[in-house]
Ligand binder design. Structure first.
Ligand code: TRP
Length: 465
């Protein structure tokens, strides 16, 4: 029997709409901007392999658990956890899981928006021909000029927050669904075009080696943690975004199938982005480990040289903005929905409040790339040299999301009654159900905890590894 609860915020019009929206949330800067530079910084193949393992072993079970809780609770993650904890006679403390998600959403959106602002600025740069025929060095200068200018960053950050709020105000239904339906396929096609260019003009073979031939000497506990964090970040897991989207999912849609489709789409786009970027990096002797500026320093080179580069380039950055847009919405939707439920305020007011908060926290990231490159109080500690942006990124991706993920698994696979779980998942094949339950009960929580302990050096001290 399905639950009788209903969502006051609306529903997706179909199963397919949910897949599109969830894929729209998952596919974003994480795939096109972050994945390539993380792979570049952490030694390529070994990182990519770990990332893929984390997607399969942690990502899928967590995603299914999130959708499961969301659809059963039918409200914002805070209230979903409150309702479900009461229903399953568990402690009210579980609502804190929802609150941690709201906090993580704000923190991530605050810097996500600044980076999306770079993409916005690049739409203009590319369209006005800044990159035609540039050298690697010149392209680097354009980027440095952008990030060293807090005013420009602030301007584009503000524009992006505004864009996000406009869609959130209108509600999840129409605006989002239609946008995603057209833009996701367009993005896909453009990335394929980029790969075509990279194959012809870049060092494609070398980049295949870089991305897929693991060099295990590059591995360290930190790299494992980062690959795991990237898997959670890229799939939008661990903070309630997918739980929120799950709460709008029609009762008859299969959670396993839809989750699988979203994970495949997301992983594919990340790998394709890597294949579009590294041939250019390697052929032009650019630094693979240069960090967050990677795609902004490499792709313009390609656009500057290819025929029709002005158009393709402009289109590419527009689509990147759209990919970021559909992700940003999911970062703030849980907070907006929660305020609406809690204070009975309108969606409009709630969106404005949330937008202002995210915008304000974002100032920390705006200055992280220029006047406030490192936080002095950390001098002499392991955090020395880290900027506000570095810290936010580390804290959210590597700690909050995996932690949220295992708590979600523990609630869904241990604390809910077997009947509630089965009712909601409705998995036809017993083996598949048992597999999910095994992964969510044992493998994901234990795996994530072991990775945490490994980084803290606890395992080494106990002589376990
Ligand atoms: N997954 C998105 C990306 O790859 C970012 C994102 C959207 C996200 N919603 C999220 C990350 C929720 C973590 C949690 O760009």
């Amino acid at each position: 029997m399905a639950t009788v609860r209903t969502s006051i915020h609306g529903y997706w019009s179909s199963r397919f709409a949910f897949v599109l929206a969830a894929a729209g949330s998952a596919v974003g800067l994480g795939n096109i901007w972050k994945f390539p530079y993380m792979a570049g910084e952490n030694g390529g193949g070994a990182f990519v392999l770990l990332y893929l393992i984390c997607i399969a072993l942690f990502g899928l079970p967590v995603m299914m658990s999130e959708v499961l809780l969301g659809r059963r609770g039918r409200s914002s993650p805070v209230n979903t956890m409150t309702t479900l904890a009461a229903e399953e006679k568990r402690s009210r403390v579980w609502r804190l899981l929802g609150l941690m998600g709201v906090l993580a959403g704000f923190l991530i959106l605050s810097y996500y928006s600044v980076i999306a602002g770079w993409a916005l600025a690049y739409v203009l740069e590319t369209a006005t021909g800044t990159f035609s025929g540039v050298s690697g060095e010149q392209a680097g200068e354009v980027f440095d000029n952008l990030i060293s200018n807090p005013r420009r960053l602030l301007f584009w950050h503000s524009v992006f927050i505004l864009l996000t709020m406009v869609v959130v105000i209108r509600g999840v239904n129409k605006g989002l669904e239609t946008a995603v339906r057209i833009l996701m396929p367009a993005l896909f096609i453009l990335i394929i075009i980029m790969i075509g260019y990279a194959m012809l003009h870049g060092d494609f073979l070398e980049s295949l080696k870089f991305l897929f031939a693991p060099d295990f000497s590059k591995l360290s506990p930190e790299v494992v943690l980062k690959a795991m964090g990237q898997a959670f970040f890229s799939l939008s897991l661990g903070m309630g975004a997918i739980m929120m989207y799950g709460s709008y999912l029609p009762d008859d849609a299969s959670i396993a199938t839809t989750s699988f489709q979203v994970a495949i789409a997301d992983t594919l786009i990340a790998i394709l982005a890597g294949l579009a970027i590294f041939p250019i990096v390697l052929a032009n002797g650019l630094e693979a480990g240069q960090g967050p500026g990677l795609i902004f320093n490499t792709l313009p080179l390609a656009f500057g040289q290819m025929t029709g580069g002005l158009i393709f380039g402009t289109l590419f950055f527009i689509l990147l903005v759209f990919a970021a847009w559909t992700s940003a919405i999911s970062l703030i939707e849980p907070a907006v929905a929660w305020l609406v439920e809690k204070f009975s305020i309108s969606r409009f007011i709630s969106s404005i409040i949330c937008g202002l908060v995210a915008w304000t926290v974002g100032l920390g990231t705006v200055y992280s790339f220029n006047s406030w490159k490192k936080i002095d109080v950390f001098d002499g500690t392991i955090l020395e040299g880290k900027s506000f942006f570095d810290l936010l990124d580390y804290l959210t991706s590597n700690i909050m999301l995996p932690l949220g993920g295992i708590l979600i698994c523990i609630f869904a696979a241990w604390l809910m009654s077997e009947k509630s779980r089965r009712d909601e998942l409705k998995i036809k094949y017993e083996v598949a159900y048992k597999l999910w339950r095994f992964l969510a009960r044992y493998l994901t929580p234990i795996g994530v905890v072991l990775i945490f302990l490994h980084v803290l050096g606890v395992l080494e001290k106990l002589n376990i590894t």
